[in-house]
Design a protein around this ligand. Structure first.
Ligand code: G
Ligand code: G
Ligand code: MN
Ligand code: NA
Length: 253
């Protein structure tokens, strides 16, 4: 009956699966990779979205097992697409709960997943939130450097929300900033959001980072982001998160 017990059981039954949302180059709409987004395909509860299980999973630390289940399945799936569909540069970008960066096991867990799946490290991206950068800085930095040395790319998710201290940006080996969708949504109607996005893109460029605009829902926003030199984008305008079967069809289009 309890949600926690159900999540535990679901972990052992491997009921957590990745959905895939395309990330594209904004100038030519070329597919570059997918963000993996967790879904719970529950025998008991049906199809469950992250907002309904991630908060409790974080409280109970069960998120660690869920994250690893999603990363493993996502890496396997993308490796399969690379081999079967000939898209050898396709990457997958996976979300990790901030506290995973407080554990010295993290780099080895990721390394084993990469070895088992056969995916090249450069085709795995890990998305972390600003929460991961605020505490236990030493171990977080050590883990990030170990992942970077392996060749895994690191993305800062939801950038511009939360704490948004600019002072830490240059201290962490980040490859990409993902601009939060609260700034992107209908940016063509909001001058103040435009100023914030332009500032984030210029900041990232100066620090040799790329930017991904999230939550693009219309052509006007996609065009504006491109004009502001944001190179990559993701959002319902291009495609919603989809099952592996749907994503296979999408790749082949
Ligand atoms: O798809 P969306 O409803 O797909 O996701 C909602 C929230 O859940 C987002 O903030 C997203 O970052 C988070 N999320 C989705 N998948 C995962 C995952 O595998 N691990 C973690 N830690 N968070 C995830
Ligand atoms: O927090 P994170 O960035 O990891 O999660 C991305 C979340 O944004 C997911 O819940 C995903 O389903 C959602 N998302 C992706 N594209 C869009 C979009 O264009 N509009 C809205 N409203 N949500 C989106
Ligand atoms: Mn994300
Ligand atoms: Na986000």
């Amino acid at each position: 009956l309890s949600m926690e017990a159900d999540i535990r059981e679901a972990i052992s039954k491997q009921e957590f699966i990745p959905y895939f949302q395309p990330i594209l180059r904004l100038d030519n709409e070329e597919l570059r990779g997918f963000e993996a987004l967790a879904r719970w395909q529950s025998d008991k509860r049906g199809f469950v979205y992250p907002n309904d299980f991630i908060p409790l999973a974080e409280e109970t630390a069960l998120i660690q097992a869920i994250d690893m289940q999603i990363i493993e399945k996502a890496c396997q799936q993308v490796r399969t697409w690379q081999l079967d569909l000939g898209c050898s540069e396709l990457y997958v970008s996976c979300n990790l709960f901030s506290q995973q960066f407080f554990s010295s096991n993290l780099p080895n867990q990721i390394k084993r997943i990469l070895q088992r799946s056969g995916l090249a490290p450069k085709n795995l991206r890990i998305e972390l939130t600003e929460r991961a950068l605020l505490e236990n800085t030493e171990i977080v930095l050590t883990n990030m450097q170990a992942l970077k040395e392996m060749g895994v790319k690191l993305l800062l998710d939801d950038f511009g929300t939360g704490y948004s201290s600019l002072s830490y940006l240059h201290r962490f080996p980040l490859d990409v900033l993902k601009i939060d969708r609260s700034f992107i949504s209908n940016v063509h109607e909001h001058d103040n959001h435009r100023a914030i996005i332009k500032t984030i893109v210029d900041l990232a460029t100066n620090l040799q980072m790329a930017t991904v605009g999230e939550g693009i829902e219309n052509l006007a926003d996609a065009e504006l982001l491109q004009q502001m030199d944001c190179m990559y984008g993701q959002g319902y305008y291009f495609a919603k998160p989809m099952s592996a079967v749907q994503a296979s069809a999408y790749i082949q289009e």
